[in-house]
Design a protein around this ligand. Structure first.
Ligand SMILES: Cc1ncc(COP(=O)(O)O)c(C=O)c1O
Length: 388
């Protein structure tokens, strides 16, 4: 029996998987069970931010695993304390709650926003406005927050209290806001929704309106955060800091971690007993995340991310068959003239390049550590597939 047959026989069929069995990774490349090499322009959907088995990351993970792999949040650990302090210092937030995924970090943000409002204004101010075409996760609550009808099936009843405003439509946003609203939640660049960056004027309007009405702004930086767009948080490029920011994906370089960051004004909302997570702030994940944070905030690292992003974008735009290139930094969407994104992804796989799709676009989320040689090699394959 092949690995594919075995897995399909035992694992629920919730994913459309590419027909390849990946076995080993090294830097920005990996090999399959037959030893075939692939350049990875997907990094586990933006997760292995330092590539496969980065030396500093591996050392941090292995030495923490040998010391203490887990203890509960009934106790303190130095590694969690150190990482929390570093993350808050780097992002300018006051407090963090640790969990295990993007959906969980958004659940935390939603609970925090509702309780902030409850504590201050009492019951009834619980509506969260999210954007059409957003993606916030797969739990019932974050599916409800996700502004795409396609996700609002089968699992009824969904969680009440979400309203969807059109991205970049200030009038629609204003029309959706009433006295029941406690938060607006946005992705600066909608990832799963098609790698579309929000317009500056719209983001400015969100902050202005929310500021006037004491409505919290929640930035879902699960995909855009931790250097992906060329700054540690994408919000910096829009000139704004949300009241609450959520992180996951690349934060621990490929181990499960989510983080919900709260600014001073709402840092005390989730108090004793209000929220929890058995694995949240796990020592091995914190050690991994500290290695990622130290690397990404190291001298010149994010400047390099921006330079590589500009280089890739310029080369992509010059490919025949590419209609437009979207996104921010190393979060890249490629709109194609004729070919379908899935056909291109399958053909690229054949030729030794892993890429992703988002709606009708090809999506690239290469490791932040990718080299120019690897970029050239990967883009050569992509060009041959798109132009071929
Ligand atoms: C913006 C955003 N939020 C939330 C999520 C959900 O993250 P997770 O799959 O870790 O729960 C994703 C995943 O793609 C995402 O892109």
């Amino acid at each position: 029996m092949t690995t594919q047959e075995k897995l399909n026989g035992s694992v629920m069929g919730t994913y459309g998987r590419f027909p390849v069995v990946l076995e080993q990774g090294n830097g920005e490349t990996c090999t399959d069970e037959n030893g075939k090499r692939y350049i990875d322009f997907g990094s586990g959907i933006g997760t292995s931010s330092l590539g496969y088995c980065n030396a500093a990351w591996t050392e941090a993970v292995c030495s923490q695993a040998k010391k203490m792999q887990h203890t509960s949040n009934l106790y303190y650990t130095k590694v969690q304390a150190d990482f929390a302090e570093s993350l808050c210092r780097e992002t300018g937030y006051s407090k963090v709650f640790f969990c295990n995924s993007g959906a969980e970090s958004n659940e935390c943000a939603i609970k925090l926003a509702r309780k902030y409002s409850f504590d201050k204004y009492g019951q009834g101010r619980h509506t969260i406005i999210t954007l059409v075409n957003s993606f916030h996760g797969r739990t019932l609550c974050t599916l409800s927050a996700t502004g795409q009808d396609v996700f609002h099936n089968y699992f009824f009843p969904f969680v009440e209290g979400f309203r969807y405003a059109e991205a970049n439509n200030i009038e629609d946003l204003k029309a959706k806001i009433d006295d029941t609203v406690c938060a607006v939640m946005l992705e600066y660049v909608q990832g799963e929704g098609g790698v579309n960056a929000l317009e500056q004027a719209f983001v400015d309007a969100v902050y202005e309106i929310c500021g006037e009405k004491d409505i919290l702004v929640i930035a879902d930086e699960v995909q855009t955060g931790v250097g992906r767009t060329g700054t540690f948080l994408a919000g910096a490029q829009f000139g704004h800091k949300a009241d609450v920011t959520t992180l996951a994906k690349g934060i621990a370089g490929g181990l499960p971690m989510g983080a919900c960051l709260a600014s001073e004004k709402c840092a005390g909302v989730l108090d004793k007993g209000a929220h929890g997570s058995t694995f949240g702030g796990n020592p091995v994940c914190c050690a991994a995340a500290q290695a990622v944070l130290s690397t990404v905030t190291g001298e010149g690292f994010l400047d390099e991310v921006q330079k590589k992003a500009a280089y890739i974008r310029e080369k992509l735009s010059a490919i025949d068959g590419v209609k437009s290139v979207s996104g921010l930094g190393l979060m890249i969407g490629v709109e194609l003239e004729e070919k379908t994104a899935l056909d291109v992804a399958n053909a690229a796989l054949e030729k030794g390049l892993l890429i992703l799709t988002a709606k009708t676009k090809v999506r690239l989320l290469p490791p932040l550590t990718i080299t120019y040689d690897e970029i050239d090699e990967g883009l050569e394959i992509l060009k041959s597939v798109i132009e071929g």
